[in-house]
Unconditional design. Sequence first.
Length: 308
Amino acid sequence: MKVLITGGAGYVGTGLIPVLLNAGHHVTVFDNLTFGIDPILPFFRNPNFEFIRGDIRDRAAVQEAARTADIIIHLAAIVGYPACRKDPELAEAVNVAGTQNVIDATSKNQLIIYGSTGSNYGAVEELCTEETPLNPLSLYGQTKTLAERMLLEERQTIAWRFATAFGVAPRLRLDLLVNDFTHKAVTEGYLVIYEKHFMRTFIHVHDMARVFLFGIENQDKMVNNVFNVGSRKMNYSKEDICNMINKYTGVYVHYADVGEDADKRNYVVCYNKINKLGFDTTISVEDGIRELVRVCKAIEFRRPYANV
Ligand SMILES: NC(=O)c1ccc[n+]([C@@H]2O[C@H](COP(=O)([O-])OP(=O)(O)OC[C@H]3O[C@@H](n4cnc5c(N)ncnc54)[C@H](O)[C@@H]3O)[C@@H](O)[C@H]2O)c1
């Protein structure tokens, strides 16, 4: 299949490209290279890989890129509430108007797989299923919710409401909870944690890549549907995560009410819908922390005096 990945040079995309190439797909990445070209350089050796440098806000460029694709994986976005808060106009233009460009550039014969997010739910008290009403609290969640709805209304779409990613990918993000805490644990030796009892849900970036392949291979059963993507085994409190990181780094953890999550994510998520179709995750948070510790030690030296 010919697969176009918008935003494919990012964290999720650079983990996904090799999985699709290895499965025999032709992959075109459309990205404005916000984070540079280095993470995708190794893929240019593969004749089934193509790259288009373009902006998702550019209607004509998106039109041209999407013309021959069988499947469009739509990842291009301003990601996370801090980045959206920093430049709200850009967030709306990329996350919402950019998605409209994808809709306008495609037909109902093309499958769109959308990287949506658990941030769409906002604060949830009950077990969170796909039927739980959406109540996004941050601009990030609001733009992602709107884009998801537009796609489901207008196109043949599968939407993944992802847990929070962790783990190593060619473009490494260190702002994600597990990655951030592990990086700080290794480089600073201590963590200051607020909302320690808040429950969060996690997925390794490689399992995110696997679910896109799973969606392509099972599209008949999945199209026009939304799925929570993660695992029942991977609902943890922030304190649980800190205890795991402590096990591998000896980090000192101080709990204090010094901040809050703008998305108010404090929920336990149900993954039965996707599990029933045969998908589950394969990499535990603990395995991810071990992998991150090795990487963080290599990319930055421990600051010897950064103790408490
Ligand atoms: N990582 C997670 O935990 C997570 C969880 C849920 C959903 N998602 C979704 O997955 C997608 C990818 O997230 P990520 O973690 O890889 O983020 P990322 O920031 O690493 O990647 C986003 C990519 O989009 C590109 N991009 C941004 N603006 C663009 C524009 N105007 N034109 C073209 N390309 C543009 C960037 O260059 C980057 O390569 C996003 O849609 C995000 O909302 C991620």
